[in-house]
Design a protein around this ligand. Sequence first.
Ligand code: ADE
Length: 231
Amino acid sequence: MRIDILSAVPRLLDSWFGESILQRAQAKGTVEVVVHDLRQWSTDKHRRLDDYPFGGGAGMVMSVEPIQRAIVELKSQRPYNEVIYLSPDGELLDQPLANHLSTGGNLILLCGHYKGVDERVREHLVDREVSIGNYVLTGGELAAAVLCDAIIRLIPGVIGDETSALSDSFQDGLVAPPDYTRPADFQGWKVPDVLLSGHQARIDAWRHQQAVERTRQRRPDLLKGEDMEGN
Ligand code: ADE
């Protein structure tokens, strides 16, 4: 799988992809993440990417041409399944969407900046718009990093124990049950007896019951299939 990220500030993403699990996944060849500076596709002599909005108003708008040139060039080199624009008014990222994108082949992620992009980018060049939450960031880079992390950790072989990605919170619509490790008794704070019982069926049943109870207490919206706004 290959993910190409188009950004006006590519350096923001260097350290993110140079570290930890994502770096190891890339070193193993499981996934390739390539961050591009959109300015290389600018035809402006100052390599500008933005311009004033027609009709006036505050803020600058990212121009359609460099973005179109970037996407056309990348698409001429290999097939892509989706071009995704990170935007606060996109569809909310959740686990089913991360699951879907992790199995779906190559992606282009477009990071917005300034006031956003010329509407024609959204109309003609982008297949999907994704938001990582109901708040506005200064640019799409952090959102692209979050989306990549959520996708890449699901690819088989990326995190040590593959079953651990499947037992994540949200994979079955429930939050994860509590975990404990040694010591079994820390200053009188005890690990639940059932986890020390060695009885796997009972442990599994306890974990499931804990997951249901926690979801009911902390995220009742998940049980009702609702989002946090109750929609
Ligand atoms: N760009 C700015 N804010 C964003 C958000 N919440 N999600 C995705 N992209 C964004």
